[in-house]
Design a protein around this ligand. Structure first.
Ligand SMILES: NC(=O)c1ccc[n+]([C@@H]2O[C@H](COP(=O)([O-])OP(=O)(O)OC[C@H]3O[C@@H](n4cnc5c(N)ncnc54)[C@H](OP(=O)(O)O)[C@@H]3O)[C@@H](O)[C@H]2O)c1
Length: 239
């Protein structure tokens, strides 16, 4: 797709991977609408990078149809790409897991993501083209200690992505899964503070470059799934 002039929604665009991706796509000429829960932070980031802000909590299911329609209106009608990036984590060992932790993570990473996408689907189908890019994780295909809740949500998203690929390919809608390994962001930080960069760890910009590359491929082809690892995550800076 042509990024210049494209209309794109990035959920969770106020920090980390979402913010870096929105910024890169705007630099490529796209009009980008970003969402997030904290309206004040979202507005500041939107001003900083030149995006349109729409405060929206993806876990509030009954608001999502109206929010999706508002997003399309704010973009001037039509949508070329939806980047489902908003996501959270809860980490606990089996033995300590609380039902509310499962509910919190699934309501954002799985249920809200699906219902928001569903609300936008009529726009994609009417156009008979579009892109839905889901941000999962390396935890979407490999479990780890403390990972029951988070990995389950990302395994679910990987399955969902494959279902949408089967359903939407005939409508010329590309559904793409991006699996980042560890990225230094505000992820899982209760105060929502960004982690400082580390020389051996991925930055949000590495993931943003992959997102941009998968989107700007000519519409005749698409990348169903891509995974990004750090080259040597255990190495120490300067070692
Ligand atoms: N960082 C990693 O190591 C890593 C690795 C693999 C995959 N991922 C995935 O990458 C995605 C982005 O994470 P990140 O690392 O960039 O984290 P981040 O810096 O915490 O950013 C998350 C973004 O999502 C928004 N958000 C969270 N819950 C939301 C909700 N219910 N409704 C709307 N917006 C919401 C946040 O804004 P508010 O807080 O204001 O809502 C923020 O803009 C997530 O899906 C995560 O699972 C991250």
């Amino acid at each position: 797709m042509q990024l210049n002039g494209a209309k794109i929604i990035v959920t969770g665009g106020s920090s980390g991977i979402g913010k870096a991706s929105a910024q890169l796509l705007i630099e490529a000429g796209a009009t980008v609408l970003i969402t997030g829960r904290n309206a004040e932070k979202l507005e500041l980031v939107a001003q900083e990078i030149g995006a349109i802000a729409l405060a929206c909590d993806i876990s509030k299911y009954d608001t999502l149809t109206a929010q999706a329609n508002t997003a399309v209106e704010l973009l001037g009608g039509g949508i070329d790409a939806l980047i489902n990036n908003a996501g959270i984590g809860e980490f606990a060992l089996l033995g300590d897991i609380q039902a509310e932790q499962f509910e919190r993570v699934f309501s954002t990473n799985v249920f809200g993501l699906t219902l928001f996408t569903q609300a936008l689907l009529p726009h994609f189908k009417t156009q008979n083209k579009g892109n839905i890019l889901n941000i999962a994780s390396t935890a979407a295909s490999k479990g780890f200690a403390y990972g029951t809740i988070y990995a389950a949500s990302k395994f679910a998203l990987r399955g969902i992505t494959q279902c949408w690929q089967a359903e939407l390919r005939k409508h010329n809608i590309r559904v793409i899964l991006v699996n980042p390994s560890e990225v230094t962001t505000a992820f899982n930080n209760a105060e929502r503070i960004e982690r400082p960069e580390e020389a051996s760890k991925l930055r949000p910009i590495e993931i943003a470059h992959v997102i941009k590359a998968t989107l700007e491929m000519d519409d005749r082809g698409f990348v169903p799934e891509v995974t990004v690892w750090a080259t040597n995550p255990q190495s120490k800076q300067g070692a």
